[in-house]
Design a protein around this ligand. Sequence first.
Ligand code: FAD
Ligand code: SF4
Length: 546
Amino acid sequence: MAQKMGQGVGRGEVLLRALSPPAQGPASAIGVAGMTAAHTLSLVLGDQLHPGHSWFSQVDEQVVYVLMEVRQETDYVLHHAQKILAIFAAMRDFARYLRAGGHRVRYVALDDPGNRQSIPGNLAALAAHYAAQRIEWQQPDEWRLDAQLQAWGAAQPLDWAVMDSEHFLTQRGELAALMGQRKQWLMEHFYRHMRRRYKLLLDADGAPEGGQWNFDHDNRKRWPGTPPVPADWRPQHDHSDLWRMVQRAGVQSFGDPQAAALRWPLNRAEALACLEAFIAQALPHFGDYEDAMASQAPRLFHSLLSFALNVKMLQPLEVIRRAEAAWRGGQAPLAAVEGFIRQIIGWREYVRGIYWSQMPGYDERNALAHRLPLPAWFWTGQTRMRCLQLSIRQSLQTAHAHHIQRLMVIGNFALLAGLDPVALHRWYLGIYIDAFEWVELPNTLGMSQSADGGLIATKPYVSGAAYLQRMTDYCRGCAYDPRQRTGPRACPFNALYWDFFDRHSTALRDNHRLTLVYRQWQKMPPQQQEALRGQARQLRGRLDAL
Ligand code: FAD
Ligand code: SF4
């Protein structure tokens, strides 16, 4: 009997029954030696490594926790090598942790001879093998997995149940319910609601500390080279053996694996140590330089906690409470702490709400009808545009770029040039260590590319070279000149910027936030407008050569 349960269903649902002997047949091909039957299989996905989940609060001999490395998950998009490696290494660590706590664990390695290389394939084999009567999983965060597991469950003769992942601060449908029929779902509105709900940075009267909700305007400084950026506090791991196994299995990937010195936290203890290092060494300056970019200091004062958060080693509430405590304890200024908390309780939960309100179908939206393929240098970093060269090379090397590099360098160029947003989404989903579709897709397709028709972004996030020159040192030493608009040495961002607004004037000119832009464009002499159009046409025709 297939049985679907709502989120938050408790373990009390599990019935303890006399077990029949384990089934034979295809299940034994999964290669479990010395198996004892189990009543329940509980699936732990690779981004559900949450040691504090109530599943693990007590040991139950009738439950086997199942973790699996499968080609289905390595291959649904071309991934950065570090992403594959870090997730597998963290899963292995988590399996060891569960075993050490007395739990029964079945870990299906990528090269396990019986591995069916798909989640349903392995679940079916293991269910038969253990003679399991029930299968449970935590709500997947990605629509494709959610749909796959629900469809599979519905066709099973077993009981099955879906549990809450006990990680997020909102339920999937909560943002949509809060926003109702509003045309634009403003993040700020949601953010204040969350601050009140979790009583974060509020004074005794419930008003925002410091007299304002948002200190964004204080957080836009260029980094002048001081204060010094802290040394990388992240641990290093040698996972060369694991990487060799992944390669032997024939998994395709891109980017530098850094297998002998993998720098991501791979368990909760390491993630907590990273959080503490961030609070002590970087949070005090996080706000000031949140939007800055520097060629010699790619990390600046960012936390690099997104991987640990997204695979659920860290919980959002503990991270923001820790940041708040740092402010209350005089360790960091209010503007920095507010800015950091806003990213997590605001943006992170908000984009998840957008994702679940818009899927399926959101991943195909292309409101501006942009169709150009990604230039080849997206996979090599070999372009003469220094801002893109540095940001993409860094992404290939480290599987990370901070928010403004993703938004105002790579995303900015893609939008101005008219690159296909779906192809871009797949690139972002593959390259970044923290990329899971629920968070990556709304950021890329919505915030960065305005491909959702302006649901998230009240105006397109684009700029010409002036912004990049102001916020970065990238333009120094670039083959292009940020002050020129036309001619062979003109920075491509400039002509593409004006051409973008010209091409999309029907869709954008009535946006009151763009009044100034269109006024400036209309003031330009027709010859200048034509020269910019011509320059942009020529640039868009040879993107690979830029
Ligand atoms: P910090 O700058 O230290 O910020 C702290 C935390 O806030 C992050 O760890 C993250 O959990 C959260 N956060 C910050 N901004 C956002 C945001 N816009 N949306 C959601 N959470 C946010 N973030 C991802 O986690 N996964 C992605 O796949 C992803 N793709 C992105 C694609 C584009 C085009 C853009 C513009 C942004 C994307 N982001 C994504 C958001 C942001 O860039 C990363 O969260 C951040 O760079 C991670 O580095 P950090 O941990 O040092 O972040
Ligand atoms: Fe980028 Fe243009 Fe500056 Fe070169 S001049 S780094 S292309 S903004």
